[in-house]
Design a protein around this ligand. Structure first.
Ligand code: HSE
Length: 443
């Protein structure tokens, strides 16, 4: 049955009018977007209310033949393509920050709606981009920037727009989840698991952005901004990756009933004075095995949202890859194109709450501290006193015999990062402590 879209607001092109698309980038995601735009074209015409037509594809080398793409569509001049009068929607799937920023701003200022999959760009420059979109009265969509096919951006922008979000915690990087899962299920070292992730094509040749948590931090910034109606940028996110996680950490976590996951955590905090602030952070986290996020395996992503009225919600699926990312991009293309035909704009990002971003030192969590200590009477009392002096109580203490003394694993009750920092420094200064092997936060 044909859908009917009879409503056209003042700025719509009108039912049946074509929508011109400029595709910037033809990598894994761009190629899938192009392919699916052709494959679903008849459906898109119905969903949008007019035909969706690709006007051109900007690439770095237009002389290279691309299967299934007419050579006359290819151009190296992205700026000229954007400015064409018959282009209404610009799809940016290039990656990087500076060049795409220039192109996206040019597109918005020229009155084109923009769909981008670029998390680094949005996390660093959302204010500037949103302002340009507002001034031109066009749409800026970025569903694919967070967890690809999982519709978490739309969910925060639209579905939960009437609720108050308290916390968002998620596995938003597939590469690191694959590595941590492989370490847990096979006992592999970090290095071996990373090599396997690279061999299977999950990890890039330079895996830094994934394993050091930068990719997840961009996504955390976007989620926190949307969830708390407050601008949170990449630089506001405290970020630690997984490269220091050892097979021993994974084993110790397992024995205590936890999985280690790289979580992006965005929290609304309420101070003693009743004033609210937010924080966003990315770090390896011990997640109880019974928590839904612990069972997210391989390269899957999941986002757990706690909202006042809705309660707990979990969104799970493919967070990376050409096809899933193209699915998210195309959802946005349909939305932006529909608005071009019928007029109106998508729900905007609204940062009215403008809450302060709390200092990371004030973040409260529980900690799992793994130490190598002297195996002598009274060591436990000395170590406990370090925690007691800082007002931090211990939840569990486990001791194992090691080659060089004993291994002591302590789980604390909640303490702030700055207090914890002081405790770790004090522990490292004790004669009885050979080494603090690791400090991992609990979710
Ligand atoms: N490299 C990311 C991941 C996907 O492994 O999840 C793109 O953000």
């Amino acid at each position: 049955m044909t859908e009917h879209h009879n409503t056209t607001y003042g700025n719509g092109k009108g039912e049946g009018q074509p929508v011109g698309i400029a595709l910037l980038g033809l990598g894994t995601v761009g190629a899938e977007v192009f392919r699916l735009l052709n494959e679903y074209n008849a459906d898109f015409t119905q969903r949008v209310g007019g035909p969706v037509e690709v006007r051109g594809v900007a690439v770095s080398d237009a002389s290279k033949a691309r299967e299934g793409i007419a050579p006359e569509l290819l151009t190296e001049d992205a700026h000229a393509l954007i400015q064409r009068e018959d282009v209404d929607v610009v799809v940016e799937v290039i990656g990087g920050i500076d060049y795409p920023r220039e192109l996206v701003l040019a597109a918005l200022r020229a009155g084109k709606s923009v769909v981008t999959a670029n998390k680094a760009l949005v996390a660093a420059h959302a204010d500037e981009l949103a302002k340009a979109a507002d001034e031109a009265g066009v749409d800026l969509y970025f569903e694919a920037a967070v967890a690809a096919a999982i519709p978490v951006v739309g969910m925060l922008r639209r579905s939960l727009a009437g609720d108050k979000i308290q916390r968002i915690s998620g596995i938003v990087n597939g590469t690191t989840n694959f590595i941590l899962d492989a370490m847990e299920t096979t006992g592999a070292s970090y290095e071996d698991a990373l090599a396997e992730a690279t061999r299977l094509g999950y990890a890039e040749a330079d895996p830094t952005a994934d394993v050091e948590g930068h990719d997840a931090a961009s996504k955390a910034a976007i989620l926190a901004s949307l969830g708390f109606h407050t601008r949170v940028t990449f630089d506001d996110v405290h970020c630690e990756g997984i490269s220091a996680i050892t097979a021993e950490d994974i084993q110790a976590a397992n024995q205590a009933g936890y999985s280690i996951k790289l979580l992006a955590i965005c929290e609304r905090l309420t101070g003693e004075d009743g004033k609210e602030s937010v924080n966003a952070r990315v770090h390896p986290t011990l997640v109880p095995k019974e928590h839904p996020l612990a069972s997210v395996s391989k390269s899957f992503n999941a986002i757990f949202v706690e909202a006042e009225a809705a309660g707990s919600l979990m969104f799970y699926g493919n967070g990376a890859g050409g096809n899933p990312t193209a699915s998210a991009v195309l959802g946005d293309v349909v939305g932006a194109s529909r608005n071009k035909v019928h007029g109106g704009r998508a729900p905007e990002e609204n940062t009215y709450a403008n809450l302060p971003v709390a200092d990371f030192g004030q973040t409260q969590t529980r900690y799992h501290i793994d130490m190598q200590v002297k195996d002598r009477t009274g060591v436990l009392a000395v170590i406990s006193s370090v925690f007691a002096e800082q007002g931090v109580s211990l939840r569990t203490v486990r001791q194992e015999e090691g080659k060089d003394g004993a291994r002591l694993i302590v789980v604390t009750h909640a303490a702030t990062e700055s207090v914890l920092d002081g405790i770790v420094r004090a522990l490292e200064g004790l004669d009885d402590v050979h080494a603090v092997n690791s400090v991992i936060r609990l979710s």
